[in-house]
Design a protein around this ligand. Structure first.
Ligand SMILES: NC(=O)c1ccc[n+]([C@@H]2O[C@H](COP(=O)([O-])OP(=O)(O)OC[C@H]3O[C@@H](n4cnc5c(N)ncnc54)[C@H](OP(=O)(O)O)[C@@H]3O)[C@@H](O)[C@H]2O)c1
Length: 343
């Protein structure tokens, strides 16, 4: 196997979108149990922006390449005699992956074979790249931590964001009753597509709205805000309900400290009887159970390819990562952004 010369986007110091730089690098043959993958598209999430600006607890060092998810084509594989490759994971196959460490904004990556999940035949890799992180997070919230049943009522904070939209789409398929906080002018219509009832957080207090409409409480609250929203979210739960925290992004610039404070607050709430709290950390959950990750992602890709849960995407070339970050920060992007490398 010969070395591959390729381009990738690198954050050399924390800062605004302008710190995203394209550099050349060389990819040697993969180690045993790994593949080299030509990236066709890489998903862009709010986590990438937080990491770029130094606000993400799991990415505290530079330099690094952002991006937690991708779809691509396997170039070559170095087998591991002790761990056979999963079915369909071979050179030439199109695959998707959620990564456990950032690095997707690149023309090529090296990933362990267990992490590569074959795309359904004919699936658009741009759509596939938009599925892993948001939809696996939604599965973690709804199923792993929420343990919800058809007809249960939930509150989705940030329901018009990347993860929030995925929770709405998958929640609709599970027959949930859903409320969602959002602010954008088109949010009501966007949320209504999945049957999610809007609570406009700029004008309404979600605790007051739910107190009136759901006096018995809701079965789950999915929170990415941290701070006071956690305490209020806990208060709107029905007996036996669960507050699932998956970020603390309410105050840009304070997210590392706020994430630690949110974890402490959850621990305190956990001591109270009658309701549950949970902390969802998808990269850790993926590392902990490879088989579960593979079957969940295969199911999500199949669902998105069939149409019902496909995210709406906006595609741009990898070199445009800075302007995509800028647009995502100003919420001027329609749907989920993916960075493309052709194909
Ligand atoms: N734990 C994990 O494993 C995991 C996995 C994936 C993502 N995350 C984290 O989850 C967070 C969300 O990610 P994302 O990609 O979905 O971000 P996103 O697309 O930016 O969505 C965030 C949403 O939050 C909403 N929002 C802002 N202020 C709000 C408030 N006061 N009340 C209610 N909603 C508010 C915004 O709504 P409007 O636009 O309507 O104003 C926005 O749509 C990030 O912090 C990310 O790092 C964690």
């Amino acid at each position: 196997m010969t070395d591959i010369s390729f381009r990738k986007t690198v954050v050399e110091r924390f800062g605004g979108p302008e710190v995203l730089r394209t550099v050349r690098a060389t990819l040697p043959a993969p180690p045993p149990g790994h593949a080299r993958v030509k990236v066709l598209a890489a998903g862009v999430g709010m986590t990438d922006l937080m990491a770029r600006s130094g606000d993400y607890l799991l990415q505290r060092r530079t330099p690094f390449t952002p991006g937690y998810e991708l779809a691509g084509e396997i170039v070559d594989v170095t087998p591991d005699p002790a761990a056979p490759a999963p079915a369909g994971v071979r050179p030439g196959a199109r695959v998707a992956a959620a990564m456990t460490r950032m690095g997707g904004y690149a023309e090529y990556v090296v990933l362990p074979l267990w992490q590569l999940v074959p795309l359904p035949d004919g699936m658009d890799p741009h759509v596939a790249a938009a599925v892993p992180l948001d939809q696996l997070t939604a599965v973690s919230l709804l199923d792993t931590h929420g343990r919800l049943r058809r007809g249960d009522t939930v509150l989705i904070q940030g329901a018009n964001g990347g993860v929030g939209r995925a929770v709405g789409a998958l929640g609709a398929a599970r027959g949930l009753r859903m409320y969602g906080t959002a602010s954008a002018p088109d949010a009501r219509e966007a949320l209504a597509r999945n049957g999610v009832e809007l609570i406009d957080y700029r004008r309404e207090d979600f605790e007051a709205v739910l107190g009136e409409r759901e006096p018995g409480g809701v079965q789950a609250v999915f929170d990415h805000l941290g701070g006071d929203a956690l305490r209020k979210g806990y208060r709107v739960l029905a007996p036996g309900g669960v507050l699932v925290s998956y970020a603390a992004s309410g105050r840009p610039g304070h997210m590392v400290g706020d994430t630690l404070r949110a974890a402490a607050r959850l621990t305190l709430l956990r001591l109270r009887p009658g309701r549950r709290t949970a902390l969802a950390m998808v990269p850790r959950e993926i590392r902990a159970d490879h088989d579960r990750y593979r079957s969940a992602l295969a199911g999500l890709l199949a669902g998105a390819h069939a149409g019902g849960t496909a995210p709406r995407i906006t595609a741009a070339p990898l070199a445009e990562a800075p302007s995509v970050h800028e647009a995502l920060a100003h919420r001027t992007l329609a749907g989920k952004a993916v960075l493309t490398n052709g194909g």
